[in-house]
Design a binder for this molecule. Structure first.
Ligand SMILES: Nc1nc2c(ncn2[C@@H]2O[C@H](COP(=O)(O)OP(=O)(O)OP(=O)(O)O)[C@@H](O)[C@H]2O)c(=O)[nH]1
Length: 336
């Protein structure tokens, strides 16, 4: 009686605090064992594709021991036989399923099993079981308890799966809100959040580069919009594959890119000049798209070095944009 009270208190606590099946299952098993006096009670997971059943949680007493983590071929299990024959209880396993090697090796005489089905499709998740070497007939109350606990576990597993799916979707959503779908680079929002992260770890000032592809419209006009897209992807790949992995590369407009990178020496001015040269060489020259080879004269690039604490990324980008525009203007003059 004391044991039952303790097990119920345990269950009440588990139900109150349960966040996952893993924390609920041991309490349910403990109460099942207390009430039914079966030697082993356990929750299994069935992977029909791999053809294995594994013991997730188990409580053992007496001479029977069903270890947690044990994996057995699904084809030989009592649980599979119980489901297929819709016979979920017996107090004479050898007479019922004498062909199960595992059951006879373990010396199981009495057995109770319930399939745990989850989701709209009612897929088999696993089984809730009890087994004994002794002959014992499950009472009606035991059977009812099994039914209730099975459905409790099923609902909890469904909750776990839903939370997992929501977390996954949230990650994907956050990812897509921060990236440019065409090139896979960060977008403006992604750039801002990456720069905040980068600023936590840098010792030197950051260079902020603004790259605007001169004459990009002509590429679209000449080769078509799809080839224009591929050219943008080729530019993105050139930047990503040759800049240090710590550099943040973003597409912040149709034909506009930004690069933010820590100065690579204490001489920030010289480091800025080196970065400018590197960016110019990466974004000009010969590019191969799906159907074309495009010889590109190169973009206008403006770079500023963020050496004052009180300015935000947006301010530095604006300054880099202005610097870029000055270069664009002088390039246009030269072309006339
Ligand atoms: N293929 C493609 N084109 C785009 C995309 N986004 C914007 N554009 C085009 O990019 C061009 C950008 O315009 P501009 O910057 O004025 O064109 P530009 O020829 O580079 O002009 P300058 O910078 O003055 O040399 C426009 O023709 C847009 O239609 C895109 O995702 N894919």
């Amino acid at each position: 009686m004391v044991d039952e009270k303790l097990a119920l208190a345990d269950l009440a606590e588990a139900l109150r605090n349960t966040k996952q099946t893993d924390s609920l299952a041991p309490s349910l098993l403990r109460i099942l064992q207390t009430v039914t006096s079966f030697e082993s009670v356990y929750l299994t997971r069935v992977d029909e594709e791999r053809g294995v059943q594994s013991i997730m949680h188990a409580i053992n007493s007496g001479s029977l021991s069903i270890p947690e983590g044990l994996e057995v071929p699904w084809s030989d299990t009592l649980c599979r036989r119980a489901i297929e024959q819709r016979q979920y209880e017996t107090d004479d396993v050898s007479q019922c399923w004498g062909d199960s090697e595992a059951a006879s090796e373990l010396g199981i005489t009495s057995y109770v099993s319930r399939p745990v089905y989850v989701g709209e499709q009612q897929e088999l998740y696993g089984t809730l079981c009890a087994a004994s070497t002794e002959q014992q007939k499950p009472s009606e109350a035991t059977s009812q308890l099994f039914d209730i606990f099975t459905s409790l576990i099923a609902r909890q597993v469904e909750r776990d799966l839903m939370i997992e799916r929501l977390q996954h979707e949230q990650i994907e959503l956050r990812q897509s809100a921060h990236t440019d779908p065409l090139t896979g680079l960060w977008n403006r929002r992604g750039l801002a959040s990456q720069v905040i992260e980068l600023q936590k770890n840098v010792k030197r000032p950051l260079h902020v580069a603004y790259i605007d592809l001169d004459g990009f419209k002509a590429i679209n006009d000449l080769y078509g919009h799809d080839e224009g897209d591929r050219f943008l992807i080729a530019i993105a790949q050139a930047l990503i594959s040759h800049l240090p992995t710590t550099a943040i590369v973003a597409r912040i407009g149709g034909d506009e890119f930004a690069v933010v990178q820590e100065a690579d020496s204490d001489d920030a001015q010289q480091s800025e000049v080196i970065l400018h040269k590197l960016l110019a060489s990466l974004t000009s020259g010969r590019f191969r798209t799906l159907n074309r080879v495009i010889d590109y004269a190169g973009p206008s690039i403006g770079i500023v070095t963020a050496n004052e604490q009180n300015r935000r990324l947006e301010d530095w980008l604006k300054l880099a944009d202005q610097a870029m525009y000055q270069i664009k203007k002088s390039r246009r003059k030269q072309q006339r």
